[in-house]
Design a binder for this molecule. Structure first.
Ligand code: NAD
Ligand code: AHE
Ligand code: ZN
Length: 370
């Protein structure tokens, strides 16, 4: 069959809307009609050419929601009509990592996923007989896409696609980083670097678990009003206090350092600040931001010797098939706010506007509605 899709032909070039061929689902696979997709900073990161795994041509997008239209042989947990959220971190429940219960980084299909291919080593997308690569196993910038069964979370049918698509990455990453990865405790002091689509969800996660001071750090002063709404108690603009004084400002505000910090930008200099603003003896810094090819982090080992901890998180440590349906419930029960973070919606043919709005600092999340 055919599908409309926004194709990334090469690094740095705008996406173009094409009608391309999509094969039906093979064994263990599912055809999904994507109803809505968010545009995450990571989509831009890969499009920019900074992603060592970036391959072109590809159909980007990994923050979607939609409806199952067809299932391949052997699929037992999903049927046509089910509402689903694609998972770039699948949950096979059988690999060593899934069985360990120590990490969400399921290994069942990671190797082929990183090469832009389905688990059998081929692509379901073609344009003029040439393969077009999948992205993060999701490719939600296509109206129809194919995913392995283990990479789909089944969700309730009364939840609006144009809001819950954001649970496919940003919401779960931010809130999950607080709850699953850091395990922030009530009364903790928290510092959040970068108040975009991820950082604002870290704020609301920190407020949910009862953090005390929740300090937001961003270069964009226009983020303050939204950040306060999502739980920020104090704001630091590095351009106002001086970029080399941010760490001291946080240490002063918290009486010794943050119990937890989160880097939600992808800037390795800021990652260092996020570690060094943590409390001596126990402060933990969680890296969420994704840095470009070849970039490295550094600090004095003394920072770790004296008890600070550096960690990272992917998809907020969430086990997608288990946790994502629960987060959809939280949204439907009014426990978390998604609506205010979706600042822009657009049809697929305006998808490049979403990247422009991101760069201009005007959007939190743009959502493409098919
Ligand atoms: P975004 O563009 O919406 O937000 C980034 C924010 O950082 C903006 O508010 C911007 O003003 C601010 N900023 C930029 N440079 C800054 C600096 N030097 N100091 C302070 N603030 C600065 O991006 P997003 O969608 O929130 O994504 C944030 C990062 O998280 C990206 O690197 C993205 O790739 C990554 N990410 C990681 C995961 C994961 O699972 N680990 C999941 C989703 C996104
Ligand atoms: N491909 C990059 C790494 C990109 C990356 O870290 N991705 C995050 C999700 S970002 C979502 O917006 C992730 O989950 N990583 C774990 C994984 O297995 O990919 C690179 O550096 O090669
Ligand atoms: Zn993302």
């Amino acid at each position: 069959m055919k599908t409309r899709a926004a194709v990334a032909w090469k690094a740095g070039a705008p996406l173009t809307i094409e009608t391309i061929d999509i094969e039906g689902p093979k064994a263990g696979e599912v055809l999904v009609e994507v109803k809505a997709t968010g545009v995450c900073h990571t989509d831009y990161y890969t499009l920019s050419g900074a992603d060592p795994e970036g391959i072109f041509p590809a159909i980007l997008g990994h923050e979607g929601a939609g409806i199952v239209r067809e299932v391949g042989a052997g699929v037992t947990s999903l049927k046509p009509g089910d509402h689903v959220i694609p998972l770039y971190t699948p949950e096979c429940r059988q690999c060593k990592t899934c069985l360990s219960q120590r990490s969400n980084l399921c290994t069942a299909i990671r190797a082929t996923q990183g090469k832009g291919l389905m688990p059998d080593g081929t692509s379901r997308f073609h344009c003029d007989a040439d393969p077009v690569f999948h992205y993060m196993g999701c490719s939600t910038f296509a109206n129809f896409t194919v995913l392995p069964e283990i990479a789909l979370a089944k969700v309730r049918e009364d939840a609006p696609f144009d809001k819950i698509c954001y649970i496919g990455c940003g919401v779960t990453t931010g809130i999950g980083a607080v709850i699953n990865t850091a395990k922030v405790w009530p009364g903790a002091n928290v510092a959040v670097f970068g108040l975009g689509g991820i950082g604002l969800n870290v704020l609301q996660g920190a407020r949910m678990v009862g953090a005390d001071k929740i300090i937001g750090i961003d270069l964009n002063p226009e983020r303050v009003a939204m950040a306060k709404k999502f739980g920020m108690t104090h704001f630091i603009n590095p351009d106002e206090v001086g970029r080399d004084k941010v760490v001291q400002a946080i240490v002063d505000l918290t009486g010794g350092g943050a119990d937890f910090s989160f880097e939600c930008i992808g800037n390795t200099q800021v990652m260092r600040q996020a570690l060094e603003c943590c409390h001596r003896g126990w402060g933990e810094s969680i890296i969420i931001g994704v840095a470009g090819a070849g970039q490295e982090i550094s600090t004095r080992p003394f920072q770790l010797v004296t008890g600070r901890v550096w960690k990272g998180t992917a998809f907020g440590g969430a086990r997608g098939r288990t946790d994502v349906p629960k987060i959809v419930d939280w949204y439907m029960e009014g426990k978390i706010n998604i609506d205010d973070l979706i600042t822009h919606t657009m049809p697929l043919d305006k998808i490049n506007d979403a990247f422009d709005l991101m760069h201009e600092g005007k959007s939190i999340r743009s959502v493409v509605v098919y």
